[in-house]
Design a protein around this ligand. Structure first.
Ligand code: HEC
Length: 186
């Protein structure tokens, strides 16, 4: 008889204990890390006893955030001079005549051999740290292998546009590509 009365109390104690355990497991832990692509890096830092600082994602700078001299910094002098008087509409015609548009398009939803030119003026701002967007685009045209866009093949884009096109034609192309940016509605 006695054991019949004790049992419910034992059950109650046991279940309270289990609930306390469950609560402890759920308690917020300041060192808990969210699953993120940087988790490995963060765990390694924890292991090494370093403080883990999770950086807030920052917006990539856009072309419109830059001053004119920051847009063209580092260009060879003759290209910079040609860019100062460049005609982007002519650049668009050259892209057509030279077959660039066979591999590049302005619609980001269309997959082509080369990366889309949709907002390429903004993309160019941060492709290569330390390279201004105009310099990056210039390098991309005259020496496509100097930086290979992730997930695209190296050696497919013709490497001789620098010899085939005049400095003014290159500058017109650069002006046209810089025009493809969010602030421009392009
Ligand atoms: C046969 C295909 C092909 C042709 C033609 C071609 N490209 Fe490309 N282009 C590519 C590929 C592939 C890449 C990416 C690989 C790399 O970075 O080299 C690329 C990359 C670029 C980039 C860098 C884009 C970015 O998002 O960073 C620019 C700018 C560019 N091309 C401009 C041109 C211009 C201007 C022409 C014409 C004068 C041209 N391309 C002709 C295939 C082509």
């Amino acid at each position: 008889m006695k054991s019949n009365r004790v049992r419910p109390i034992a059950w109650l104690v046991a279940s309270l204990f289990v609930m306390a355990l469950a609560l402890a497991a759920c308690a917020p832990n300041a060192r808990e890390l969210l699953i993120s692509p940087r988790l490995g890096e963060q765990l390694a830092a924890l292991e090494a006893g370093n403080e883990v600082v999770v950086a807030a994602p920052t917006e990539a700078p856009k072309l419109a955030d830059l001053a004119p001299e920051q847009i063209t910094a580092g260009l060879p002098e003759d290209v910079a001079a040609a860019l100062a008087v460049a005609n982007p509409d002519n650049g668009s015609q050259i892209a057509l005549a030279r077959g660039c548009v066979g591999c590049h398009g302005l619609d980001p939803a269309v997959t082509m051999t080369g990366p889309t030119w949709y907002h390429v003026g903004d993309t160019a701002v941060s492709r290569v740290p330390g390279e201004s967007p105009a310099l990056y685009i210039y390098h991309s045209i005259v020496n496509p292998s100097s930086f290979v866009v992730p997930n695209y093949p190296n050696g497919v884009m013709p490497a001789n546009y620098g010899e085939q096109l005049s400095k003014q034609e290159l500058a017109d192309l650069i002006a046209y590509l810089l025009q493809q940016n969010a602030a421009n509605g392009g």
